[in-house]
Design a protein around this ligand. Structure first.
Ligand code: SAH
Length: 225
């Protein structure tokens, strides 16, 4: 799967993709992540990518030209399944969307900044708008990193223990059960006996019950679906 992320602050995305699972996915050739500097597509002398809003008001608006040039260039090289705009007014990212997206081939991700982007970019190029939650960030980069992380770890072959994504919260409609590791006794705080029993069916049953109970307490809405 290939991601092309378009941003005015590429440096913000240096680190998130250079570690751990996302790094490994790229090394294995399962994911390709390219970050494009929007400024390089500006035809302005000063390489500007924003301007004052028509109708007045505070904040700058990102102009259509650099986005259009960059998007058209990428589209001339390959076909994209989605052109996604990260935006607080988009549909809220969830595990179902991440699952859907993990089967796609080529995805473009546009990051806004300042007040946002010219509506015509959204009208002409964007196929899907995604928010990572009901709060406002200063730019779309961190949101794009969240989206890419959530999606890439679901591509088969990325996680070394493939079943581990399946038992994660939301994947099966339940939150995850509590986790324990050594020591079995830490200053009198003991791991539940069942986990030390070696009785796999009973442990699975316990984990399922714990997951249901945790979901009932914290996210009853998930049980209603
Ligand atoms: N004026 C806009 C917010 C602009 S924030 C509004 O009120 O909706 C600047 C940019 O940050 C946005 O264009 C978007 O790309 C990104 N952004 C901010 N919050 C986000 C969120 N919750 N999810 C995804 N992207 C977000």
């Amino acid at each position: 799967m290939r991601f092309d992320i378009i941003t005015v602050l590429p440096g913000l995305l240096d680190s998130p993709f250079a570690h751990s699972i996302l790094q490994r996915a790229q090394k294995k050739g399962i994911a390709e992540i390219y970050v494009h500097n929007l400024r390089e597509y500006s035809t302005h002398k000063q390489k500007s990518v924003d301007d004052y809003p028509y109708g007045g008001g505070s904040g700058m608006v990102m102009t259509i030209e650099p986005f259009a040039v960059c998007i058209e260039k990428l589209k001339s090289e390959r076909t994209y399944n989605e052109v996604i705009f990260m935006s607080p007014d988009g549909e809220t990212l969830n595990q179902q969307i991440a699952n859907q997206m993990s089967s796609l081939q080529n995805v473009m991700v546009l990051c806004g900044h300042y007040k946002g982007i010219d509506q015509r970019i959204r009208d002409l190029y964007v196929t899907r708008e995604i928010s990572i939650g009901d709060y406002v960030l200063s730019g779309g980069e961190l949101a794009a990193a969240v989206l890419v992380d959530a999606v890439v770890r679901l591509i088969p072959g990325v996680l070394s223990d493939e079943t581990s994504a399946l038992s994660d919260s939301f994947q099966d409609g339940l939150l995850d059960a509590p986790l324990y590791t050594r020591p079995a006794d830490w200053k009198g705080h003991r791991v539940p006996d069942i986990l030390l029993s070696g009785n796999t069916p009973e442990i699975e049953k316990w984990r399922f019950e714990q997951a249901v109970e945790r979901t009932r307490q914290r996210r009853p809405d998930l049980l209603e679906e």
